[in-house]
Design a protein around this ligand. Structure first.
Ligand SMILES: NC(=O)c1ccc[n+]([C@@H]2O[C@H](COP(=O)([O-])OP(=O)(O)OC[C@H]3O[C@@H](n4cnc5c(N)ncnc54)[C@H](OP(=O)(O)O)[C@@H]3O)[C@@H](O)[C@H]2O)c1
Length: 390
């Protein structure tokens, strides 16, 4: 058995965060929590801090931090805002930082963790979408491990173990296709947030669930895979696989395809990232392949037009992927708030990308500025939508 690893969890109150803590609870002799950071769910954070004996916790608001400090007592340090998040990400005792907050807000703390020499278990795909080249450069410079938590990237990572990168012919990312896979395309205009949030196979946070229904999530995963595995985007293919049993595959130049399979439970990939290079009991249910069907098909472009935007953003390069992500955060929220129809998500993204002026080889400040610009521009498009009810 390996030595105990000390872990900091950013986004501990979310879907990935709570699954991470379940894995840690089940393997308490292997993993110890030192720091937890969350947004607004102070009650859940307090319970987690008490159960796992965290030394440091952080929340979004300074007022909530004062309350939390009072509740947790003198042995627990409490922080707030971006500084608190960064302190949790770089805690001196942490061996691994789990990056599982949602959105572009994950970029700075994840970069801070890498710069502080921490291995990072990365769920926050936005980090690589917005700033892939810059983040991978830091990973190389600091000699840390960036371990994928996204189930598709964990699958590819596992299928790549012991193989040479130059022998890869294709990476095949699988997508369930979400709740609207079989709906007539003309009806997409009228689907409701409740319908979009009803994912057939996975229980996840709201944004990624809507992104799975549009397939934008898969587009982001294409961008994430491009940087994480250093492969040409032309070598990354997406297949719809409604059963979500094969989590992704690697095809090699000899024609062999290696697939990783398992139940739809994020505890599998989370435990692999935490225990790497070993394996532990993740608590994910084992299931029998007998009687299971495995279907694969190419995504229909009319049903899932967002996918091509990801390839376009990669081709344009520079600040384009960061703009795509930020515009998506705004348009998904606008859809959930009932301001635009489901199909308005794609139209907003398309319009924002079309008016963007690229900045090449962006520094962090340029990415943050592009993110700000994209949010403002997307908000303008959404407002126009709401006014004209297009
Ligand atoms: N869920 C999945 O199965 C899955 C699979 C693959 C990848 N991912 C990726 O993992 C990330 C998290 O997804 P999720 O589904 O777990 O999301 P989620 O359930 O919405 O959880 C988001 C977490 O981030 C925290 N948070 C949000 N904004 C914050 C901020 N500004 N500062 C500090 N904390 C903040 C939230 O805190 P409060 O709740 O306390 O406000 C919560 O703990 C996303 O990047 C997603 O794409 C998720």
């Amino acid at each position: 058995m390996g030595r105990t690893k000390t872990i900091s969890v950013l986004g501990s109150t979310g879907s990935i965060g709570t699954s991470t803590l379940e894995v840690i609870r089940r393997n308490h002799e292997r993993f110890r929590v030192v720091a937890l950071a969350a947004g607004t769910n102070v009650e859940r954070l307090k319970t987690q801090a008490e159960e796992f004996g965290a030394r440091f916790v952080s929340v979004m608001s300074a007022t909530a931090a004062v309350e939390l400090k009072r509740a947790l007592g003198p042995t627990v340090e409490v922080g707030s805002g971006p500084e608190g998040l960064e302190r949790a990400a770089t805690h001196e005792e942490a061996d691994i930082t789990v990056s599982a907050i949602v959105g572009a807000a994950g970029l700075l703390p994840t970069l801070a963790a890498i710069r502080a020499g921490k291995d990072v278990a990365l769920a926050n795909k936005e980090t690589l979408v917005a700033a892939g080249p810059l983040v991978m450069e830091e990973v190389r410079k600091r000699g840390v491990r960036l371990l994928p938590v996204d189930s598709e990237h964990s699958a590819v990572f596992q299928a790549l173990e012991g193989h040479r990168r130059e022998d890869i012919k294709r990476i095949i990312l699988t997508a369930s296709g979400g709740p609207f896979l079989n709906l007539p395309v003309a009806e997409l205009e009228r689907v409701t947030p409740e319908q979009a949030l009803r994912h057939p196979n996975w229980r996840m946070g709201r944004r990624i669930t809507v992104d799975s229904a549009t397939l934008m999530n898969k587009g982001f995963e294409v961008i994430e895979a491009r940087w994480l595995f250093d492969v040409d985007p032309a070598k990354i293919t997406v297949y719809i696989h409604p059963q979500s049993i094969v989590h992704s595959m690697v095809e090699y130049i000899d024609g062999s395809i290696l697939a990783q399979m398992g139940s739809s439970d994020m505890k599998g990939p989370i435990s692999y990232a935490l225990a790497y290079p070993e394996r532990v009991d993740s608590g994910a249910r084992s299931f029998s392949l007998a009687g299971q069907r495995l279907d694969f098909m190419e995504p229909e472009p009319e049903r899932f037009p967002t996918l091509k935007l990801a390839y376009r953003a990669l081709e344009e390069g520079g600040t384009y992927p960061a703009v795509l992500n930020a515009a998506d955060e705004v348009s998904v929220k606008s859809f959930l708030d009932g301001r635009i129809p489901f199909t308005g998500i794609y139209r907003t993204l398309e319009e924002v990308l079309s008016v963007h002026t690229r900045k090449d080889a962006p520094a962090v400040e340029d990415i943050l500025e592009a993110d700000r610009w994209a949010r403002e521009t997307a908000e303008g498009v959404v407002k126009r939508y709401a006014e004209t009810k297009v």
